[in-house]
Ligand binder design. Structure first.
Ligand code: LR7
Ligand code: MN
Length: 664
């Protein structure tokens, strides 16, 4: 029985060989797997955890907030939800560096991301007292603030904040504020249900070196009621509000307090640096940013140069901003109440920063950003928590309250052109008390705010055109009525002043607007519907949209800037040779006209000839022309708008201004 020995030996060798081979393949596949994970994550020894969903630092304009849909807890168990996995590793995140999650934890990382809408695994590896760089300029570092600064109560409200993130916020406040200036820290829990935020938090704060008080809302209310509760308990001279996921950097507090000491009617904000939601790296932002709101009252950052309102030469001086982000600011405690604190009827999230910005400016105060104060904030692209009352309803009600009380004529514009808002919503809010406050404080009108505090604004105004720019192909009823009207105007050569054109079209507004045929009329608009605001956008002509959409709506100033929402302007933009090649390779269409950030420069100034209905570049005297461009690869024709030699007979150069209503 059995095989002869030499056969057995052969089999044994074969078996061994197979074993070695299998092991080898296994090793290779593991290696491949690991390296693929690493290449996903970035270069060399600094891989970044995927996925990178959104650049937080677009060139010009950064978005304050997106609200995501989707389930909140997904397949999380209640244990997952309440788990506190804080395990700091000594040097992780030091000097604001990113945390690199090892490949074996990547799956967990992605699974736990949604709980907070940030990478909690990264935060849980960083010590609470991690080091940061000094982000201040040399001038700021050298600045002496002297004695006698007012004291601060730091107020932090939170709803289900992650343990390590909340405690790192608190730790950074304690470690980077001069002890004698920090009266206390006030925490307000907006009815969180995570277990570690109960007794564990209470015992943690009991032993801190700065008196730290914790108050709890009886039921989930939102950040405004929670901050109001915090403010009620505060005893410091100045209220300093922070979100619950911040890190204060060196010297952050003194410049804020010093400015309030100098002038108690200033609401002062730090520069808000970026803590990455992916890897918790701390990135300094550009100090010259300022804030305002778009047509839907969403907060936006802008970076265009502003005329300094006072003759500030000192680079450590705070600068005025028309709007504030809302989360991080300091205000004199008594002044806060004199000015009406907050609108306590604003719930959950949103709108309060709009209301406060308008109110402070219109009622005699100022809002400024101090370039010497740097505080990091974790920016997220979705909201992790529930929205009692429904996100759209709550947000639109809050915005309707702000607009109704403070925006005068412009409130209708916001109601008409913001999705989810309407005159109907406006009827449903009761703002009697806030209107009385406005009267009591003798606040200035919204027109004053736009003209004096935000002269670069892109909202409609009495001396501006607001509406659509249609292409007069000569066939539609609207185009015909428009051309007929312009031809019959007295005087052969009409003035090329925009103001005159605005008056003419305004006198016929109703007729033109009712004649517009959304199926047949063609409107000037950006080539792509949902391109990022910060990029250069080619322009085209396409179906006009119904009223609530804003893609083809323009504001034209008497100077000749053709603007649209989010501070975007029609711009003459000579493409560089290299760029033309690049665009061709990418199958994109080249043009010398783009939509891009308004900068108040002459490339953005246009004129209108009522006689020929041409829009031409003011300095170059070239006319806006609609051309068909054939895409070299797809052979599809794309229509693009560009500037060319003017020819009054050319039908592709004729444009009509169709005004739309924006106030009652
Ligand atoms: O129901 C709630 N209850 C709360 O206590 C909802 C929120 N909150 C807390 C929350 O835990 C956090 O500490 O309120 C704070 C702000 O909420 P976030 O961080 O979810 O909001 P955000 O950072 O996206 O929102 C910005 O706009 C808000 C509008 O209501 C507030 O004004 C935030 O304070 C504000 N944050 C900033 O300005 C930080 C810089 C962002 C920018 C630009
Ligand atoms: Mn926040």
């Amino acid at each position: 029985m059995g095989l002869p020995f030499h056969k057995l030996k052969k089999l044994y060798i074969l078996y061994l060989f197979l074993l070695v081979f299998a092991f080898f393949m296994f090793a290779i596949s593991i290696n491949l797997y690991v390296s693929s994970m690493q290449s996903n994550g970035g270069e060399g020894s600094h891989p970044k955890p995927p996925p990178k969903r959104r650049s937080l630092w677009p060139h010009k304009n950064i978005v304050a907030h997106y609200i995501g849909k989707g389930d909140i807890f997904g397949n999380m168990t209640s244990d997952d939800y309440n788990m506190n996995q804080f395990r700091p590793v000594e040097t992780e995140g030091a000097y604001g560096r990113p945390v690199i999650i090892p490949p074996r934890d990547r799956f967990r990382m992605q699974r736990f991301f949604r709980l907070n809408s940030f990478n909690i695994l990264a935060s849980d590896r960083i010590p609470l007292n991690r080091t940061l760089k000094d982000y201040r300029t040399a001038e700021c570092r050298d600045k002496k603030y002297g004695s006698g600064l007012p004291t601060a109560s730091v107020i932090i409200v939170f709803h289900n904040e992650a343990w390590s993130v909340l405690l790192r916020t608190i730790t950074s406040v304690i470690n980077r504020s001069p002890r004698h200036l920090l009266k206390e820290i006030i925490l307000v829990d907006d009815a969180s249900d995570r277990t570690y935020l109960k007794r564990q938090l209470e015992s943690y704060i009991r032993v801190l070196s700065v008196p730290t008080h914790l108050y709890r809302m009886k039921k989930r209310s939102g950040l405004v009621p929670a901050r109001l509760m915090g403010a009620e308990h505060a005893r410091g001279d100045v209220l300093t509000f922070l979100d619950a996921h911040c890190e204060c950097s060196r010297g952050w507090l003194e410049p804020l307090l010093a400015r309030i000491k100098e002038s108690r009617n200033v609401v002062i904000c730090p520069v808000i640096d970026i803590i990455s939601d992916d890897n918790f790296s701390y990135t300094k932002t550009f100090e010259k940013h300022w804030g305002a709101f778009n047509w839907q009252l969403s907060f936006r950052w802008f970076s265009s140069e502003r005329k300094r309102d006072t003759n500030v030469k000192d680079a450590t001086q705070p600068t005025a901003t028309p709007g504030m982000a809302g989360g991080l600011f300091a205000i004199d405690r008594k002044y806060f109440y004199e000015m009406g604190a907050y609108d306590s009827e604003m719930h959950v999230w949103g709108g309060e920063n709009v209301e406060m910005s308008f109110r402070i400016w219109q009622c005699g105060g100022r809002i400024e950003i101090s370039p010497c104060s740097h505080v990091g904030h974790v920016f997220r692209s979705t909201t992790p928590y529930t929205f009692p009352g429904g996100m759209i309803d709550v947000l639109t009600t809050n915005l309707a309250r702000a607009a109704t009380v403070w925006m005068d004529d412009w409130q209708y514009f916001v109601m008409l052109y913001t999705q989810g808002l309407s005159l109907h919503v406006r009827e449903s809010v009761n703002v009697t008390e806030r209107v009385a406050l406005r009267k009591k404080l003798q606040c200035k009108p919204f027109s004053w705010y736009l003209e004096n505090i935000w002269p670069e604004h892109f909202f409609p105004a009495p001396d501006r055109f607001f509406g659509k720019i249609i292409w007069l192909d000569g066939e539609t009823e609207c185009a015909q009525a428009y051309s007929r009207h312009m031809k019959n105007l007295p005087g052969r050569l009409l003035s090329r002043e925009w103001k005159r054109a605005f008056e003419e079209v305004d006198s016929k507004a109703e007729e033109f607007t009712t004649l517009i045929d959304l199926e047949r009329d063609k409107c000037l608009r950006p080539l792509k519907e949902s391109a990022p605001r910060s990029s250069l956008q080619p322009v085209t002509v396409g179906d006009c949209t119904s009223h609530a959409q804003t893609m083809d709506l323009f504001v034209i100033t008497p100077k000749g800037q053709i603007m649209t929402n989010d501070n975007i302007c029609l711009t003459y933009h000579e493409p560089k040779q290299g760029m033309i090649k690049l665009l061709k390779n990418r199958n994109a269409t080249t043009s010398n006209v783009m939509m891009t950030q308004c900068t108040n420069d002459s490339r953005q100034l246009w004129t209108y000839d009522m006689d020929t209905q041409q829009i031409s570049h003011r300095d170059l005297k070239l006319c806006l022309t609609l051309k068909s461009a054939t895409n070299s690869r797809s052979q599809k024709t794309e229509k693009v708008v560009l500037t060319m030699q003017c020819d009054f007979k050319d039908i592709t150069q004729k444009w009509g201004l169709i005004p739309l209503p924006w106030r009652m």
